[in-house]
Structures are given as C-alpha cells and as structure tokens.
Design a protein around this ligand. Sequence first.
Ligand code: BGC
Length: 334
Amino acid sequence: MNKKINKNSEAVGEHPVITADIGGTSLRVALVSQDGTILHRYQGETSAVEGPRVVTERLFAGIEAVLEESRLLPDGLQAISIAFAGIIDMDRGIVTGAPHLPGWENVPLKEPVEKRFSVPVFVLNDADAAAIGEYRYGAGKGLSNIILLTLGTGIGGGIIHDGKLFTGSAVSAAEFGHMIVKDDGPACTCGRNGCLETLASGTAIAAEAKLRIAGGEKSVLTGMTGGRTEDITAEMVHRAALDGDSLAEAVIERAAYYLGIGILNLVAVFNPEMVIIGGSVAEMGELLFGPARAMVMEKSFKAMVKDLKIVTARLGNDAGLVGAAACAFETAIR
Ligand code: BGC
C-alpha cells in the first residue's frame, strides 16, 4: 500500500501542529508551522523501561509544555502527529510492536491522545516520518524514489516510492534495521540474530567497543569514561576515532561494512535515486558513510548506482518531527 504525499503542500487549515518523536531513548515534542519550521520544542527522556502508561504520560507532559510555551490551547492546533519507533497500524493509530520500548504490543496511542486533547491525532513510524520530512523539506525535495535510514538506538527505514510513502499491506513497512545481514550475528531485541541494527546502530557501535575493551584491547575510551566502560556511547567512539584511536576506528569501520551491506541490498531491491542517512549516528559523517558508499558503488550493478546519491539527512535529527507535521498537514496521507 502506498500513502499519497502531495508534492505541493495541500494545507488544510491555518493552524500549526504539535508533533512528537518517541524513540527508545528520547521523547521530543515540537510545534511546527505549515512551512515545516519548528517554532517551539521540548525534549525529555522516554523512560521506555517504565512501559506504555508512563511513556504516554510523558508524552502528555511534553505536549502540555509546548502548548504552554507557545501560549496555545489544543483547539488552536490543526492536529497532533506522533512519530513512534515501532511497527504502526496507521489506520487505527495503534503501536503493534516496538523492539526498543517494552510493553508496546497492540497499544492504542491515537485514542488516548485524542481523548486528552480533542484534536485529530495521527500516528506513524518514526523513520517513515523522517522519510516524509526529507522528501518534503530536506535532501530529497524534488525527487520521487528515496530510501531513508535512521541510525540511532535502533535502525529505522522509510521508503518514498513514486512520491508516496510505502507502508506495506497492514502496518508500517521498511523495517530496515531488522534485515538479517549476519546470521550468526549478535542477538537483536526483536528476538532474531544479526539484524542490521545489531551491527550498525549507535547501540551496536557502543556495544562492540565495550566488548573489545572487555577482551583486553586498549583504547582512550577507558580514560574518557574514567574506567566505567559500561558508560561508553557511540558519540564517544566517534570522538575517539577522530583522535586516531585504533579501537574506535576499527569499531566504526565494522559498522560501516554492515551498513554498506544493508544499503547494497536496498539498492538492489529499490533502485532509488537517493539514500538518505539520518539519526544521531549520522553525525559520524564520512567516517561511516565513506566506506559504506564505496562498497555500494563497487559491488552494485553499475547502471543502478550511476546516478545514486548517498547523503546525510538535511534536517538532521528533526526530520521525524517535521515529517510528522507534513503527514498531518497534507490531507491525502490520512
Ligand atoms: C524499530 C523501528 C524503528 C527503528 C528506529 C527499530 O528497532 O523496529 O520501528 O523505526 O528502530 O527507531
């Protein structure tokens, strides 16, 4: 199934929308105007381990904080649009599953938010929202066939095919993070082994660094965490690699290798005009994309990659917040 996104915004009213981006680690809320500008924002922790009830309360608190800051009442909103890191039944606004948010199995999200704020509510996958954002306002503007990957706590995916969001048959599709790229690879939160997100997400990068240090390898990361290697993050690995730390460099090289395999497969299936990489890990830039891009260019069918561009998300980490707004503003996606 494809959800139509209009190339030109078909605004259905004057009001801004509140959007939220709920990931495994952070919960962000924003007030977004019709041209995709973020007017106010709120950021908190998801506290995913506390389960759906607490996360929903945190979402309410974030929405209320943004309403207060922007001096708006809910009836001054066009809609509330929520990008969520899980497999979403968009028609019913239900989270059917979420590998990084325990307890989110068949949990209604649209209904409680609609009840609380009495405005139309949309729920979509976080990476689908980012794909819409980049297509509508970012790196993919003017193109028709785009693949987007978000690299963060997990790995998300979004497909814009012929100018439409591809959503599969019943629930959101493009679960790129759960493509198996190494069948004897690390255990994934989804229950399988060797999913792309166990090898190239921020979580995977930090985990691989910890594993190597536990195995006796030396790295500046030990000093950076005062010996508490359990505190290592992907961002620290990035900094260490920039300083020439060989363990950090090897860890990023490994992530780039598997990212390359993932993109290679996606290019073979979709033959997109552009592959956009977003999420917090995308800040590693060429260190990560350089080797991945080289692999894709070298191993793909030449005609398929002749004009292919592999780029970073232009909207950075805001792609999901802005894309969720586009989803609400543009009538046809509903
Ligand atoms: C989830 C996706 C989500 C991605 C990024 C994955 O583990 O399965 O639904 O888009 O993480 O948050």
